[in-house]
Design a protein around this ligand. Structure first.
Ligand code: ADP
Ligand code: MG
Ligand code: MG
Length: 536
């Protein structure tokens, strides 16, 4: 009940037990031991009220649309206190961020790899990925290195990526996924870290500074500057310096607008860069590419950088396969503007690519001369298994474990989707496999996988340590209970048309916390809350 005294204990599970035992249950097998007790003895309601007010004062808000078309803003879902997080894991995620940035860039230029990985079973089972791949092939062609390059091929690339990790056995970080499009909550992640710093200032440097609000706009500025220096206006051959805008491609009815607006406002405040916000549907009417220069115009404003916060879900294309939104996506992509992400970067972030990268010798294809990068990235990979026609003996063994050994609790089944809420766990996972795997009674070793499974991957389930947490929704305490966290590490990259890296760095973080008994994640989808790491 509100009003009781909360022992503000990051001791709320600040230490992780090293005892880890694999388990097939959904509950986390990690036990938490409390070694540090940081007591503030503040009433919970005072803390919650302070958090809610701080959130309002600092834009830690989401937008709620009312039926009459007006909006109100309210406190984003947050964890009241930061969550204990091992400093070594935090550092490791920072260290590998530039490697993953480079990896995405190299994958995006390897149309053979993308076509092999996504063009077969995945494209057959998933029309959305098929459409993205088709557009990528049309625009970037089979060979990016021929002399007569298209505008898109001559454009720079900008990546704003977020690699998500869960702590697993021995507190090692394991990558849940790598987001290359619409990687969100950079801005709100910075503000929740500020809130937590505010609430725990008694304990110096527990919550690290979160530089997303400087570094995400900085990457856009670097991309914009390069564009403006390199390109000239269509008709008059005038310099573009100081003339272009950044286009934010957004969803209709988005609730996470403040996270986007904060980047927009910082672009103006810090760099005097204007932003236009448009939906793909609207862009179908107002975007055009100058046929001589390849420059993209939106309502006659020249655009240097296109930043997608939409376009990753089939629902972002309501007009269907040959509809106005896909045409708009093609128009943007075909221009010489720097896309964040380009289609290649977008595809490099698919779950099928993640699974393919975990196979032996695949990372080496992209980092032939950098064994350290390969080792560091591979360390962060969890077990990943194909359900397509490329399934190996090891992949089939994982399927067999689910079907024959009741091991569904050790895996997660994932389609090629973004945004949270699409995965299969436990009994639903087992049922999905049972329905789509045909066994030969005489020879149970033989399995035939239905083509429908081609768009899914199977992933080892991660069991992060649990900690007590107080979660707030709409500015009010939703509950107190055991929680698990997912650490998101931002990275930004700018590459020229040839893959030369202009800028590549770690760019901040996001911790998302949810109650331990909730399978699915995602803040926007209503499962998780925003939090920050308290390094220990
Ligand atoms: P999306 O692109 O939809 O965010 P994710 O791969 O991040 O897809 O999965 C959504 C959520 O499912 C994650 O935030 C996490 O909470 C949970 N999840 C995904 N993979 C695993 C895993 N291997 N082990 C445990 N939980 C997972
Ligand atoms: Mg994702
Ligand atoms: Mg995710």
């Amino acid at each position: 009940r509100l009003g009781r005294t909360l022992t503000l204990s990051l001791a709320f599970g600040i230490a992780f037990s090293s005892a880890w035992s694999p388990s097939s249950t959904a509950a986390s097998p990690m036990t938490t031991t409390t070694t540090t007790t940081l007591e503030a003895s503040l009433p919970l309601e005072l803390l919650a009220e302070t958090a809610n007010s701080f959130a309002s004062a600092h834009g830690l808000q989401i937008e709620k649309r009312r039926d009459d078309g007006s909006s109100i803003f309210e406190c984003a879902p947050i964890s009241l206190l930061p969550n204990a997080y091992p400093r070594a894991a935090f550092r490791q995620a920072q260290t590998v961020a530039p490697y993953f940035n480079t990896l995405v860039d190299r994958i995006s230029r390897d149309s053979g790899f993308l076509t092999d990985t996504l063009g077969g079973a995945v494209a057959q089972a998933d029309p959305f990925t098929a459409q993205l791949l088709r557009l990528y092939q049309q625009i970037y062609g089979a060979d990016e290195n021929h002399t007569d390059r298209t505008f898109a091929q001559r454009a720079d690339r900008l990546g704003i990526h977020r690699s998500d990790y869960m702590l697993h056995e021995n507190n090692a970080i394991k990558q849940v996924e790598l987001n290359t499009i619409a990687s969100s909550f950079g801005a709100l992640g910075a503000q929740v870290a500020r809130l937590h710093q505010h609430l725990v200032t008694r304990w110096d440097d527990g919550v690290p500074d979160n530089p997303t609000l400087e570094r995400l706009p900085l990457a856009m500025k670097i991309a914009l500057d390069r564009f403006e220096r390199r390109h000239r206006d269509d008709n008059d051959n005038n310099s573009m310096v100081g003339k272009t805008s950044v286009l934010f491609v957004v969803q209709e009815g988005e609730s996470n607008t403040v996270d986007q607006r904060m980047l927009e406002f910082r672009l103006w405040q810090d760099h005097k860069i204007p932003v236009l916000r448009r939906t793909l549907t609207k862009l179908g009417q107002v975007a055009r590419v100058d046929p001589t220069t390849g420059i993209l115009y939106v309502d006659d404003e020249p655009i240097s950088v296109v930043y997608f916060r939409a376009g990753y879900a089939p629902t972002d294309y309501p007009d269907g396969d040959a509809g106005v939104e896909w045409q708009a996506r093609a128009t943007l992509e075909q221009s010489i503007a720097t896309k964040c992400p380009s289609l290649g970067y977008h595809l490099a972030g698919t779950k099928k690519v993640q699974q393919e990268l975990a196979r032996v010798q695949v990372l080496e294809r992209f980092f032939p001369d950098d064994a350290e990068a390969v080792t560091k990235m591979r360390e962060a990979f969890a077990g990943l298994y194909s359900l397509g026609d490329d399934a190996s003996a090891e992949d089939l063994a994982a399927i067999r474990a689910v079907l024959d050994e009741g091991a569904a609790g050790r895996f997660v089944l994932k389609p090629q989707r973004e945004g949270g809420g699409y995965n299969f766990y436990g009994e639903r996972l087992a049922a999905k496999l049972r329905e789509n795997v045909v066994r030969d009674d005489a020879n149970p070793e033989t399995m035939v996988l239905d083509a429908k499974l081609g768009e899914y991957i199977l992933m080892e389930r991660l069991f992060p340590p649990t900690q007590r947490a107080v979660l707030l929704r709409s500015g009010r305490v939703e509950g107190t209970g055991d929680s698990v966290s997912e650490f998101g590490c931002f990275g930004t990259i700018v590459c020229d048309a040839d893959g030369t890296v202009v800028h590549n760095e770690y760019a901040g973080f996001l911790l998302r916390t949810k109650f331990a008994n909730v399978d699915e994640g995602g803040v926007a989808s209503g499962f998780a809350t925003l939090s920050s790491p308290y390094l220990c």
